[in-house]
Write a protein that binds this ligand. Structure first.
Ligand code: NAD
Length: 364
């Protein structure tokens, strides 16, 4: 594998490989850019088919974090850590401690957090051997609830604020009463978003792969339940992807009937051409790493030891202002919103690529 010529390398500052024979640890930390501050991003443990797949994932994710934190105006850079292995079989206390030592060896240039395959308890295990861990403090969230870690309530609030900004721009309305919204995925973020939209008077269509949560949504939120494949083509105002990445792809982009796409999922566009296609079809897209930045904003305040729910809330609300700016600029420059977001982010940090290098679309 030629790392420096890897299509996703994008002039990363540092890529470090760790191997600990005793615990069986094989992990990679990628530090994309520390121009704005220490690289912060979650630790993901996934049974990757091979090391090349893990390298691609960590490079894409760490670069995405640089863009996300820059757009959220945080004093953070972008980084990520991946652990090779099956979280259900290979995760042991010894491996977590080795992981902590690995993080510690970067002396704070990289700060880790929770991601797929890692739990709060795992983070506590990592924190036994490093202090560069975030998301394990007890705090009272913007929703008034006491919790440890879990930034998803802040993510949800940011998505709600961003959805409002998109609706105001595209449909010229500030009142959500009667607004028709289709939500894909009723997990930590999607469920709370559905509750908040319902409270604002919106009409909901929802889908998930778990029948129990759909039953609850029908009973408690008066939502109409549809099968997973039917969620894309509903005649609604807003489509909110809150499940997996790649929701906007060759097939779905043509069947969408919504005027706005605004949701929490990472990597919503399967590729940049789908962002172009949304624009051509007159569908306003709220770039994923801008609208779902509430979680990293939450984590950033904890990291700086100044978590205060009211301040986090005000910061999260700026997501709406940033999106409105992106939408206006996209209209003016006749560009897709994701590309405008990438350019705006790059005005906020110093990309390391040579000045002649082509800008790349980043999602994270
Ligand atoms: P989650 O795992 O709690 O919820 C995801 C939900 O989507 C689950 O209920 C799952 O059953 C459902 N789902 C999975 N596949 C589906 C399919 N094909 N069709 C319909 N539903 C499906 O995750 P979450 O924390 O709510 O996050 C949602 C999305 O937002 C993810 O893409 C995540 O990466 C992204 N995100 C989350 C946060 C956060 O703070 N939680 C921050 C930034 C981005």
């Amino acid at each position: 594998m030629e790392l420096f010529r890897h299509p996703d390398f994008d002039y990363h500052e540092q890529v470090v490989f760790a191997c600990d024979v005793e615990s069986g640890l094989e992990a990679i930390i990628a530090v994309h850019n520390t121009d704005r501050g220490p690289a912060c991003g979650g630790c993901r443990m996934v049974p990757y088919p091979d090391t090349a797949a893990a390298v691609t994932d960590v490079l894409r994710l760490s670069r995405g974090m640089t863009y996300k934190s820059a757009m959220a105006e945080l004093p953070l850079g972008g980084g990520k850590m991946v652990v090779l292995g099956d979280p259900r079989r290979h995760k042991t206390p010894a491996l977590l401690r080795a992981l902590g030592r690995f993080v510690d060896s970067l002396h704070g240039r990289y700060v880790t957090a929770e991601d797929a395959g890692m739990t709060l308890d795992d983070l506590r295990g990592i924190a036994e051997t490093t202090r560069h861990v975030v998301g394990i403090q007890e705090k009272i969230g913007a929703d008034g609830e006491q919790r440890v870690g879990d930034p998803s309530p802040s993510t949800e609030y940011g998505v709600y604020v961003g959805l409002q900004a998109a609706v105001a721009h595209r449909l010229g309305r500030t009142d959500l009463a009667g607004l028709k919204v289709a939500i894909q995925g009723l997990g930590s973020v999607g469920w709370k978003l559905a509750q908040r939209l319902r409270a604002a008077g919106a009409r909901l269509w929802v889908t998930d792969i778990h029948a129990d949560v759909l039953k609850r949504a029908e009973a408690e939120l008066g939502a109409a339940v549809v099968p997973p494949d039917a969620i894309f083509s509903l005649p609604v105002d807003v489509f909110a992807p809150c499940a997996l990445g790649g929701a906007i792809n060759d097939r779905t982009v043509e069947s969408l009937r919504a005027s706005v796409v605004a949701g929490a999922a990472n990597n919503q566009l399967l590729s940049p051409i789908h962002g172009d296609r949304l624009r051509q079809r007159g569908i306003l897209y709220a770039p994923d790493y801008v609208i779902n930045a509430g979680g990293i904003i939450d984590v950033a305040y904890e990291l700086q030891d100044c978590f205060d729910a009211a301040r986090v809330k005000v910061h999260v609300e700026r997501i709406g202002v940033t999106l409105a700016e992106i939408f206006r600029r996209a209209d003016r420059e006749q560009l897709q919103t994701q590309l405008v977001a990438d350019r705006m982010a790059e005005e906020r940090f110093r990309p390391h690529r040579p000045a002649t290098g082509a800008a790349s679309t980043a999602t994270g």
